[in-house]
Design a protein around this ligand. Structure first.
Ligand code: AMP
Length: 285
């Protein structure tokens, strides 16, 4: 694996590869790699000649500076994992490589209603920061395909919109969420949990399943209240939301009808760590 820290060096190598007719799959990450990241890399590796992974903890997408400071950094272990996984290129830039003119956004992305819903409401500016960094990374890498995890469901929809708005010729591939055996979605943030909280955190997945299983039996408001109470009983200290939305638009659903494609989404804090999860759900009938 070749490690690039400078934009110019990565671009030169990719330009040579493109001239040789090679296709490029791209997996952007913030590091602290786990099986979830590796599943995206594996998909990319099977479908494209060259797989580029980037590791960059993007300061502009953190609305809470403490969350940014505490974000886990495990670069040496990440490099070992990527080498074992047979990845060709790692891009590990510093902030000045990504933002040579500073981090202040020069552009506002018109994300429409997606911007203010769910995570957008609780993390102001977050999705603008995500678009800013992924747009910049796509400009640099110019891949054929961008691999994203469904674990960050709203982020996937936001980035699909950004790519459309900016007319970027890239295919977006959404990969399923990888979970621990007990259902907890793999996340770099799980590393910050004590063993006790790690065990309790599986309540997030259980709450989503309960919500889905009862969606035709109880009212949405009842399910919101019951699921939140369940999380609080399991040592979560704050629930930002546990919600059901239309799987395509993320807009709230009023009526549950057979065949409807939904997504159940939640964000909640345990030991001060904000975890998110979601489940796609088709109403039976
Ligand atoms: P992050 O490093 O958290 O920014 O994630 C980088 C990419 O990996 C994003 O596209 C995430 O959605 C994806 N990802 C994170 N966790 C998982 C998971 N448990 N399963 C699948 N993909 C994931």
């Amino acid at each position: 694996m070749i490690l690039f820290k400078q934009v110019a060096d990565l671009q030169a190598a990719l330009s040579t590869a493109r001239h040789e007719g090679k296709t490029i799959g791209f997996v952007p990450t913030m590091g602290a790699l786990h099986e979830g990241h590796l599943s995206l890399l594996e998909l990319a590796r099977h479908q494209y000649d060259i797989t580029v992974c980037s590791i960059f903890v993007n300061p502009t997408q953190f609305n809470d500076p403490k969350d940014f400071e505490k974000y886990p950094v495990t670069t040496d272990a990440d490099i070992r994992l990527l080498e074992q996984a047979g990845i060709n290129m790692l891009f590990l830039p510093g902030v000045s490589e990504i933002y040579p003119s500073g981090t202040t956004p020069g552009h506002h992305y018109d994300l429409g209603e997606l911007e203010g819903l769910l995570d957008g409401a609780y993390r102001p500016g977050h999705f603008q920061g995500v678009c800013q960094v992924v747009h910049r990374l796509l400009d640099i890498v110019q891949p054929n395909a961008l691999f994203l995890g469904q674990k960050d469901y709203q982020q996937c929809l936001v980035l699909k919109r950004m790519v459309q708005l900016e007319n970027i010729p890239v295919e977006i591939i959404m990969a399923p969420t990888r979970r621990e055996k007990d259902g907890l979605a793999l996340s770099s943030r799980n590393m910050r949990l004590s063993p006790e909280a790690r065990e309790k955190a599986t309540a997030l997945y259980k709450a989503l399943q309960y919500f889905g299983e009862n969606i035709t039996v109880k009212s949405i408001q009842e399910l919101r209240l019951e699921s939140s109470a369940f999380l609080l009983r399991n040592d979560f200290e704050k629930v930002d939301y546990i919600e059901v939305a239309d799987a395509g638009s993320l807009l709230p659903v009023e009526e549950i009808t057979p065949g409807l494609k939904l997504v159940l989404l939640t964000a909640a804090f345990i030991e001060g760590v904000r975890l998110i999860d979601n489940l796609e759900w088709t109403v039976a009938g």
